[in-house]
Design a protein around this ligand. Sequence first.
Ligand code: FEO
Length: 170
Amino acid sequence: MISKKMEAALNKQLNRELFSSYLYLSMATYFENNNFVGMAQWMKLQAEEEHIHSMKFFDFIQKVGGRVILEQIDKPQSEWDSAQNAFEDALGHEEFITKNINELTDLAIAERDHSTKTFLQWYIDEQVEEEATANEIVQKFKLIGESKSGIYMLDRELGTRVITPETPSA
Ligand code: FEO
């Protein structure tokens, strides 16, 4: 049985993961609107992955005797200055999520809640991958600069993405 404080914190993170899905879906529409088909596909898969992240919180809260409370999901941004800018925001968002996961883990440790701490380890590993992947794409944009053919190639590359949701390296 988890504490009410832990339950509230996990519910908040469930909401943030749903927002992440919403944000990346919003980025997908931005990319589709600007004819970046591959980047749109990449973001749609990312949105799906975030939904899986949120459902893992959903299932865990219920399993440990807590109660899932679904709160309102914030409206995500819908326009960006450039494709690079959108991916920079994605990286910034992942850094924010990492901070949240670390704070949740600190709370689990403070409460001597070992099952929640163990559950969160998956997310700690996942966030390393999430940040590394987003950062790699941002670095590619920087390398490419204004080159239209470079951006075209990157769009094609990102369109080949596949996900394997259950592993942290998804
Ligand atoms: Fe659920 Fe991208 O972190």
